[in-house]
Design a protein around this ligand. Sequence first.
Ligand SMILES: C[S@@+](CC[C@H](N)C(=O)[O-])C[C@H]1O[C@@H](n2cnc3c(N)ncnc32)[C@H](O)[C@@H]1O
Length: 305
Amino acid sequence: MNPESAVALTEGLKTLLAPLDGAGHSLTSLNASEWFSRSYLQKVYGGSLTRYDLYREDLPVSEKNIVQAKSEVAEKLPLLMQGYPIQYCVGEVAFGDHSYVIQPGVLIPRPETETWFEQILEMLRNTSAPDSVLEIGTGSGVLSCELLYRFSMLKVHATDCSQSALECASLNARQHGLASRLQLILIENAQTIFPDGLGQFDWIISNPPYLAGPAEVTKGVLAFEPHEALFEKSHLEFYRAIAERGAGYLKSGGRIFLEIPHERSQEILSLFQASWKNVRVLQDLNQRDRCLMAERNSDSGSVSN
Ligand SMILES: C[S@@+](CC[C@H](N)C(=O)[O-])C[C@H]1O[C@@H](n2cnc3c(N)ncnc32)[C@H](O)[C@@H]1O
């Protein structure tokens, strides 16, 4: 093996990260080494690298830089052993076709979210593009940014009660050249779901905090990810508020798309069935209910703000 190459970096990191394999969590030395190697190589070479690039002998990395990378990763190993998310270590996460910044204190976007999001965009491909979207609980801003990428005339308002989340979303929007079409709104009181003066939108989209309690997450998630992003404060609070008042924030024909907890999907469905139309639940790759979509009823009451 060429000792001054991408493969030497990746393999060297894998050996260093071997203790992860016996640690009883899902991160293995193989995937951790690939995360770190990709992150390192991306900084040097830019662009997007394939997995194949991580194992190339002809992609030069000096021995000095390999030693430096190993020493940085060795410092992070104890935290990783405790379940600290690797995404926070490398500071980035892939979502849609892009790479986004992710920082501690901000929920790491999940593959399940990406799945339903892609599904709805595919389903709505032949319908008219939205001009305006409200995202409730934007976190790192990945959903809003991906929408702004896909619809060039779109403007998005995105709320969050976490200052760290809004800073991360703002950084992502700026890095991707989307900031002029994204208005970020800080929610001062986490009990508020629709702040005053919002106006009306074509779509409302949200992956709200919906876990009922700590038993539903791993130790690593509980220890290191923000609780205000994970746990609801009262039973189905976001779904109840959106079912009851969301229509007031939608234009005629407006739609909502919500990530939902699969084990309570029937209860959530029944919240919407009475006063929304075309209510549908989409399933994730594990055939579990994951997204609820619905349309504003034409006879829904007037705007509530
Ligand atoms: C499950 S995370 C979703 C983050 C991101 N949209 C995603 O899918 O990765 C929920 C987000 O809602 C935010 N949040 C909690 N209560 C809120 C509220 N009352 N208004 C707006 N955002 C809130 C949390 O801070 C968190 O960023």
